[in-house]
Design a protein around this ligand. Structure first.
Ligand SMILES: *Cc1c(COP(=O)(O)O)cnc(C)c1O
Length: 344
């Protein structure tokens, strides 16, 4: 039975062109800075984001953590949304590893933080208080239905942050989904930020890795931080080779994932027992409609018996994520299986 895996875009397997590039990659010792393929990927990433420099890291999590470690001293505070990945899904590493205090603000349904809330959260110059150091945004916002944050909104937060001597970090795990959905270059979304991370290993299909981007000086500190976390890799060009293909081949096609997510959501919305907000990008979130009798576990089981896998439970709902390995037929098969499961 073919498996239709909609749990996440992290389940994506590398493409054949990636496997070929990995096989033939020219490599060196990247801890010495001597891996030509890593260096090429880092230069491409910096250029794409309009930043001076970039660092290849094993995960988006490590990229975010290194950004906070490089911007902050112990005891400093990071302002971030209560539904953001670094707060909900990074094992408390900000506090555990960095001694940095997360100060959460309510994420609005569109993934934004209100400027009034940021202003109210700002600490005073007072010996009792921690130092507010960083604002962190997430684009696209996973738990807010994959919403993209606009250039204008990001600029307004950047201007506010810089007016108060704060740094703006963007967790751009899916920044290219935002860029494609909004029809703007990723660099425009990063323009107001001091640092940004993005993942190669999600919708872009690379097997491993993320990039942290910022100024030369910031990346110099982050490189030392990566070594401190045990994240220095040697012939990492084997991995970076796939990342180069990801940047070359896999960005523009994200529009197809967004179109399939829209079609999947429209089909699911026809089922009375489901409540399905319109997706913004490749993440389709939905819930059992209020008063409906469908049991989530029974629905998941019925779908699993037809080879269809979804995420469930993250903050009370279902998540289906479209990606390179989900074609039109997979969307049709999924919708047909839902209809069967929900009429049974
Ligand atoms: C996936 C993700 C990350 C990082 O994930 P890793 O699995 O550590 O690469 C960070 N932020 C968001 C919003 C994500 O979805």
């Amino acid at each position: 039975m073919p498996i239709i895996d909609l749990r996440s875009d992290t389940v994506t397997q590398p493409t054949q062109r990636m496997r070929d590039a990995m096989y033939t990659a020219e490599v060196g010792d990247d801890v010495y800075g001597e891996d030509p393929t890593v260096n090429k990927l880092q230069a491409m990433a910096a250029e794409r984001m309009g930043m001076q420099a970039a660092l290849f890291v094993p995960s988006g999590h490590m990229g975010n953590l290194l950004a906070f470690l490089s911007h902050c001293q112990r005891g400093d505070e990071v302002l971030l949304g209560d539904l953001t990945h670094p707060f909900t899904s990074e094992t408390g590493s900000l506090a555990a590893v960095g001694g940095i205090q997360p100060h959460t603000l309510p994420n609005q349904p569109d993934g934004t933080l209100r400027l009034e809330d940021l202003q109210a959260a700002l600490r005073e110059d007072d010996v009792h208080q921690p130092v507010t150091r960083v604002v962190s945004l997430e684009n696209t916002h996973n738990r807010c239905n994959g919403a993209p944050l606009t250039v204008e909104y990001t600029r307004s937060v950047g201007e506010w942050a810089h007016a108060h001597q704060l740094k703006l970090h963007i967790d751009g795990a899916r920044i290219f989904n935002a860029a494609v959905a909004l029809g703007v270059p990723a660099a425009a979304l990063a323009a107001s930020a001091d640092s940004i991370t993005f993942c190669l290993s999600k919708g872009l299909c690379a097997p491993v890795g993320s990039l942290l981007c910022g100024t030369e000086d910031f990346i110099y500190r982050a490189r030392r931080g990566r070594k401190q976390l045990g994240g220095g890799m040697r012939q990492a060009g084997i991995l970076a080779a796939a990342g180069i293909v990801a940047l070359e081949d896999m960005i523009d096609r994200l529009a197809e994932d967004h179109a399939r997510a829209a079609r999947l959501a429209a089909g699911l919305a026809e089922l009375k027992e489901l409540s399905v907000p319109t997706p913004h990008t490749n993440i389709v979130r939905f819930a059992i409609a209020p008063g409906a009798s469908t049991q989530p576990e029974a629905l998941l089981q019925a779908l699993a018996s037809e080879g269809i896998r979804l995420s469930y439970g993250h903050y009370g709902g279902f998540r289906a994520v479209t990606h390179y390995w989900i074609d039109d037929a997979a969307v049709d098969t999924t919708l047909a299986a839902f209809k069967r499961a929900m009429s049974a």
